[in-house]
Design a protein around this ligand. Structure first.
Ligand code: RI2
Length: 320
């Protein structure tokens, strides 16, 4: 798929979910490297940097996207010929895709161990890693039940309940505002993440912080399933995660909104759950308390302060 097609599909959310977006971006860079015609190496590099910038600009919140692009593009450092550059992009893109898929499987295995036989789990939105944990627990013979929220306004809950239904897992489908009514029937909350900041806060689908707050009040544990590439390196130097605000039409039909001139529709796609409401973040490197996010950024993502000076081209458009 071309870079433009991939970018359009990410923007329209035809391709969605932080992990899938990251893998789609790596694939698009790989395909672009294979097809781009450039007379000399600098031109090739320029073409790749343009493609990287287009992909990174599609959605601002999921940090998996700039992290994937960064992983692929840093392969170009020190490379001298177009052919070498082409092959390094292909190799690193494939490596990212494979390690991402491997991470999702690993997390499913680790996360499933936190689910006990007889547990009822609540999940919000549609996270392939969170669902991976639930499905793996079911597969290993544990008798479990799930509460899945609707997820206004894009209804990702529908994807979640189809997946759970196909896996044969007993599932209750509830509106987002019903979480508090059912929290006492829930043993564990498992959600995904679009970004994890250096202080262990988790940015995820709008409503996650309400779910986590409700769970904390009811003394129900909250687990976040997140690959290490969901951790946000630039938060070390004070950068904030930009919360995407999507079109008002997703919430209220434009023809109705037009009749209400004093009403403004707000549609943030994500919110921030503070570390204190999260018991554990399960990564492919094992589970950590959210307060250890810095270690993941330094040890496993390989970012140090020096990197921030050379990464201007891959800046993901957030405010400095
Ligand atoms: P996985 C999604 O965002 C949801 O917020 C979900 O929790 C998160 O990405 C992580 O998804 P959106 O693309 O990578 O639906 O775990 O806005 O699949």
């Amino acid at each position: 798929m071309s870079v433009f097609e991939t970018a359009e599909k990410i923007k329209s959310m035809e391709i969605r979910g932080a992990g899938r977006i990251a893998r789609a971006a790596a694939e698009a860079l790989r395909d672009h490297a294979l097809s781009v015609q450039a007379p000399y190496h600098a031109a090739f590099r320029q073409e790749m940097e343009k493609a990287a910038a287009i992909l990174v600009a599609t959605r601002p919140t999921a940090v998996s996207l700039p992290n994937a692009v960064h992983f692929v593009m840093t392969g170009l450092t020190g490379v001298k010929t177009t052919e070498e550059a082409r092959s390094v992009v292909v190799q690193r893109a494939e490596q990212f895709i494979q390690s991402s898929q491997h991470a999702v499987e690993k997390i499913a295995g680790f996360g499933a161990r936190h689910i006990r036989d007889g547990d009822t789990i609540l999940t919000h939105c549609n996270s392939e890693v969170a669902l991976g944990c639930i499905i793996e627990a079911h597969r290993s013979g544990k008798e479990i039940e799930v509460f899945a929220t609707e997820v206004r306004p894009r209804n990702q809950g529908l994807i979640t309940i189809r997946t759970l239904n196909d896996a044969g897992i007993k599932t209750n489908f509830i509106v987002d505002s019903a979480v508090r009514s059912f929290i006492h029937d829930v043993d564990l909350v498992i959600v995904g993440a679009d970004a994890v900041t250096v202080n262990g806060a988790v940015v995820n689908k709008i409503g996650t912080s309400q779910v986590a707050h409700t769970a904390a009040e009811a003394r129900v544990n909250v687990i976040v399933a997140a690959e290490t590439y969901k951790f946000a390196p630039r938060t070390i130097v004070g950068e904030l995660i930009q919360i995407e605000e999507r079109a008002p039409g997703e919430v209220l039909a434009d023809e109705i909104a037009r009749t209400l001139p004093h009403v403004t529709v707000r549609n943030p796609a994500f919110d921030v759950t503070p570390a204190e409401y999260i018991d554990l973040i399960v990564t492919e490197q094992g589970a950590i308390p959210p307060q250890m996010a810095y270690v993941i950024i330094r040890e496993y993502l390989g970012w140090d302060i020096g990197e921030f000076h050379s990464s201007a081209a891959l800046h993901n458009g957030q405010d400095d």
